[in-house]
Design a protein around this ligand. Sequence first.
Ligand code: NAD
Ligand code: IPM
Ligand code: MN
Length: 350
Amino acid sequence: MHQTLLLLPGDGIGPEVTAEARRVAEVVAPDLKMEEGLVGGASIDAHGDPLTEETLERARQANAVLLGAVGGPKWVGSARDKRPEAGLLALRKGLDVFANLRPAFCFPALVEASSLKHDVVAGLDLMIVRELTGGVYFGQPRGIDETSGIRRGYDTSVYTHPEIERVAHVAFEIARGRQGRVCSVEKSNVMESGLFWRQEVTLAHAEMGAGVDLSHMYADACAMELVRAPKQFDVILAGNLFGDILSDEAAMLTGSIGMLPSASLGAPGTPGLYEPVHGSAPDIAGQGVANPCAAILSLEMALRWSLGREKAADMLFAAVGKALDQGARTKDLGGSLSTSEMADAIIAAL
Ligand code: NAD
Ligand code: IPM
Ligand code: MN
C-alpha cells in the first residue's frame, strides 16, 4: 500500500512553495503518492466554500496533509465563514489536530540573518507546542452585535480539562526527547481560563510529567524573554492565541519567517497536517521570490511525524543546512535566489 500525501497549496505564495516541496518529495520519497486539492480562497473561487466536505474527507483518508498558505486581500471583506482562514480552521478542527508543533531552530549559516545578536541566537533550538483546536479561536459565544443600545464585539476564551490534558501530554512527551524542560505560558494573573490552564497543566504534570521539569510564565513576560534570552527555553506550551503570537516572534529569531515549518498532530494513527508558519504573503505573491524552506521543512516534519520515514527526514534536514552553508539564500535571507533556485540548491545537496 502506497502512502498518500495530500497537497493543499492554497493562496498567494502557497502554490509557489508547495510546488517546490513537491519536487523535493519526489526525490526523497519517490514512492509517495501525491494528490492535490483546493483550500482557502482557491476553494472559495471554485466552490464558494473555503473547505469542501469532499476535501476534508480526502484529508482524512491521506497519511499526511501538506498545506501551503491561505488568505489574501481578495477575500477580506467576505462573511467570516466564507473567508480562506475559516477553511484552515475547519481543516484543523475536522482532523482534530490539537497539538501544533512549531520548532524554532537557528541554522548555523543563518545566525547573521537574525535581527538579534549572534550570541543570543547561535545554537537556538526550541519547540513551541501550541494548542490548536480550542481556546478563544473556537470559544462560544462570539460575535459583533448591539445589545442595550451599545455595539460590541466579543469572543470567549475557554478551555476544558481534556483539551489541556492532551496537549500537555504531548508537550511532556516531546520534552522527554529533548532537554526535558517545559515552560507553560498563559495570563493566569488576569484570565480565569489562564488560571485554569495553569492548574490543569500542573495536574497533568503530576500525573504524566515524570522526568520533565515544568515551569510557568506569563505570556507577556515570555514574549520579552524570547528576544532577551531565547536559549533558556526548551519546550514552550501555550494555548491557541498565545502560541500563534509567540511562534511568529520565535520565527524571527531564526532569521526569517520563511524558514519555519509546523506539524499539527491528532490522535496516533490519524493524519497530521503540515504547514509553514508563514501566511500567503500577498506582498510578494506571484514574483517567484518566496522562501520555500518553511514548506520543505514542513515536508521534512511530515516524513518524520506521520510517514515513519525518519531517515529521509534526516537527509532532508541535513540538505537544507548544507544548502544554506553553501550560501543559498532567498531575498528574505539577504540573498537573490528565486523560490525554485532555492529548492534546486536543496535538491543538489541531497
Ligand atoms: P504573512 O506571513 O503572509 O507575511 C508576513 C511578512 O512575511 C510579509 O512581508 C511576507 O512577504 C513575509 N513572508 C512570509 N512568508 C514568506 C516566505 N516564505 N518567504 C519570504 N517572505 C515571506 O502574514 P500576513 O501578511 O499577516 O498575512 C497574509 C495573509 O496570510 C492573511 O490573509 C493571513 O490571514 C494569512 N495567513 C495564513 C496563514 C496560513 O495559511 N497558515 C498563516 C498566517 C497568515
Ligand atoms: C497561523 C495563522 C492562522 C492562525 C490564521 C491564518 C487562521 O496565523 O497558522 O499561524 O491564526 O492560526
Ligand atoms: Mn499565525
